[in-house]
Design a protein around this ligand. Structure first.
Ligand SMILES: [Zn+2]
Length: 320
């Protein structure tokens, strides 16, 4: 009797084990699905046109997950407190426009950050795009070589080629603001006129991607354009400006050719100022076919010199 009882007990336990095993399996499958869904939503947030973010989700969590994924981007949190990063290859964006931040009572001021100083990093930057021909050709070359770059776009060109802007974003390059239409006369009247052009461009980029850049480049660079009043005004609006320390001179008036850009970059990256953070100026807009032609050799030389390829973020060191 006791034997039968214990056999019955054993059968019961085995059945319970099977149920327990099945439950465990279901649980594991469910967990797997949650992880998969989280990964998909993560890419949707950083790599594709962004749907309205759920108010309940923490942007800090998104940022943390993005970093762990080793790709996509970081979305700055409401307080701008997650910008001190350790990886120079992850682009950073804000999910709010400046007017949305003001309306919500959130900070718009960029905090003081310690610039990234590890290793030997090169930042390929392409200004004045996107266009429909050279920018896609550059994206193809970057993809073939497995490297990232930064595109400082104008609002005017983003409006004309939103599909190319989306591709830049989807392929995890960084996007920076380069004014609406590159008109020095309007831009450099005062910090206020400069910032209103930048904010206009942000609204356009945000309308296409659902995020706005925190980085910008002053058309023509800051020298001769910015007065002392510009830096604090930019900081108060949450922007960091980066000029360059290596110029391909691909926009020089004497119509230089691909080999000139290669030589310029090769010689300038040997200078001490560019040894650890080389920020290279190039252009990806209409008429820059020679830049496209030069790019594969430029990448080959930089790889041979031991550079890794970063994207500009608020914590990228200043070029000088
Ligand atoms: Zn420009």
């Amino acid at each position: 009797m006791r034997i039968m009882e214990s056999r019955a007990q054993m059968r019961k336990e085995k059945t319970m084990d099977r149920i327990g095993g099945a439950t465990g399996l279901v649980r594991r499958l469910m967990l797997g699905s949650i992880v998969l869904l989280a990964s998909i939503s993560l890419l949707a947030g950083c790599g594709r046109q962004q749907a309205e973010s759920p108010e309940s989700s923490s942007s800090a969590d998104v940022a943390e997950s993005s970093s762990r994924a080793g790709s996509s981007c970081v979305i700055v949190d409401d307080a701008f407190s997650n910008l001190q990063m350790t990886d120079p290859t992850i682009p950073v964006y804000d999910k709010y426009t400046l007017s949305e931040r003001r309306a919500k009572g959130l900070t718009t001021t960029m905090p003081d950050l310690t610039p990234y100083k590890e290793g030997k990093v090169v930042y390929l930057t392409f200004d004045d795009g996107p266009d429909e021909k050279n920018t896609p050709a550059i994206l193809d070359i970057l993809k073939e070589n497995g490297v990232q770059a930064t595109f400082y776009v104008t609002g005017q060109h983003a409006e004309l080629h939103p599909d190319v802007l989306q591709r830049i974003y989807a392929e995890h390059h960084a996007i920076g603001n380069h004014s609406y239409d590159h008109d020095y006369k309007k831009l450099y009247v005062s910090p206020e006129t400069f910032l209103s052009e930048m904010e206009r461009t942000d609204e356009i980029i945000h309308g296409i991607l659902g995020v706005r850049p925190l980085i910008l480049r002053a058309p023509g660079g800051v020298i001769g354009h910015f007065t002392k009043a510009y830096d604090p005004a930019l900081k108060a609006s949450g922007y960091v400006e980066h000029d360059w320390n290596v110029s391909s001179a691909d926009a020089a008036p004497n119509h230089p050719v691909a080999q000139d850009f290669i030589d310029n970059i090769d010689s300038q990256t040997d200078k001490p100022v560019a040894a650890h953070a080389a920020i290279i100026l190039m252009h990806c807009s209409e008429g820059h076919e020679e830049t496209v032609k030069a790019l594969p050799e430029i990448i080959r030389i930089l790889k041979a010199k031991g550079y890794t390829f970063g994207v500009i973020t608020p914590m990228t060191p200043q070029p000088w």
